[in-house]
Design a binder for this molecule. Structure first.
Ligand code: UDP
Length: 278
């Protein structure tokens, strides 16, 4: 099979590329290197079934050509990471909403299956765990910039599902929970690579809030396997599917670094109290 991965030079996209090549498939990636990097795919660049294009998904002509070349489109290109979203809300909204619309539009001309990557962030403040795909989404006020990410991804989901309902354009929406593994960087706020970097540097580990908040971290190779299993699952078409680990772990650690409350809130909107002390 032949696949297009938008955001293919990103953390998850590079692992997905690897897995598809291992199956014997052909992979085209389209990435503007905004949060992805050449480093992530350096080891794949000379592979005969791997083709990379460093350009934006807003290049409609290139996008259309690559969609034509492919049987399936994995749409992973998005503005991600809490830090980036708080700092660049316009870019978040434009990339996530306009970009997804372009991909769905291009794919719908030839009815190519589109995997649309969404996020567990869409559950927002909901406390109805475990999160069920049909459950209500509980988002905060539009005056709080951080919710633009969840809202933009929720709109992506609406778009994808509408293309399926109205145009019979096949889609599968995957809601990715916290994902970890090789090549993930902490630059955009993700917690584990930050902790590892701080530990390697012998620096204090920065825990935001009380540290009692918990997450389920899924190995990226398991995430990719789940995506590939969905690829062969007819009944997943037109559905939303959670992908993540079910092993909960708290963020709490041995070392604390006190920052100002403003810095903490800017880095993570999930903070209600700052209990960290030196
Ligand atoms: N976090 C932290 N220190 C860091 C980065 C993040 O304590 O250096 C916390 C963050 O406040 C959140 C959790 O770790 O409660 C997971 O953060 P991440 O941004 O990785 O994922 P998300 O909040 O999107 O689930």
């Amino acid at each position: 099979m032949r696949h297009l991965i938008t955001g293919g030079a990103g953390f998850i996209g590079s692992h997905l590329s690897e897995a598809l090549l291992k199956r014997g498939d052909e992979v085209f990636i389209l990435d503007d290197l905004s949060t992805g990097s050449v480093e992530n795919i350096r080891h794949l660049k000379t592979h005969e079934r791997f083709h990379y294009f460093f350009d934006s998904i807003t290049n409609r002509q290139l996008l259309a050509e690559l969609v034509d070349e492919s049987d399936v489109v994995f749409h992973l290109a998005a503005a991600v990471g809490v830090r980036l979203i708080v700092e660049s809300p316009v870019r978040t909204l434009e990339t996530n909403v306009y970009g997804t619309q372009l991909v769905l539009d291009a794919a719908s001309k030839k009815k190519k299956l589109v995997f649309t990557a969404s996020t567990s962030e869409v559950y927002g403040k909901s406390d109805k765990v475990p999160f069920h795909e049909d459950a209500d989404l509980v988002l905060g006020a539009t005056t709080m910039g951080r919710w633009s990410y969840a809202a933009s991804k929720a709109l992506d989901e609406f778009l994808a599902l509408s293309y399926w309902k109205e145009k019979k354009q096949p889609v599968i929406v995957v809601r990715l929970f916290n994902t970890v593994g090789p090549r993930q960087v902490g630059r955009y706020g993700m917690v584990l690579p930050n902790f590892v970097r701080q530990a390697l540097d012998g620096a204090p580990i920065t825990i935001f809030g009380s540290g009692q908040q918990s997450r389920c971290f899924c190995d990226v190779r398991d995430t990719v396997e789940a995506i590939l299993r969905l690829l062969g699952t007819e009944k997943a078409i037109g559905e939303v599917v959670n992908i993540g680990s079910d092993q909960e772990i708290s963020i709490e650690g041995a070392h604390f670094q006190k920052k100002t409350d403003d810095e903490l809130v800017a880095a993570s909107g999930r903070i209600s109290t700052v209990a960290a002390t030196d």
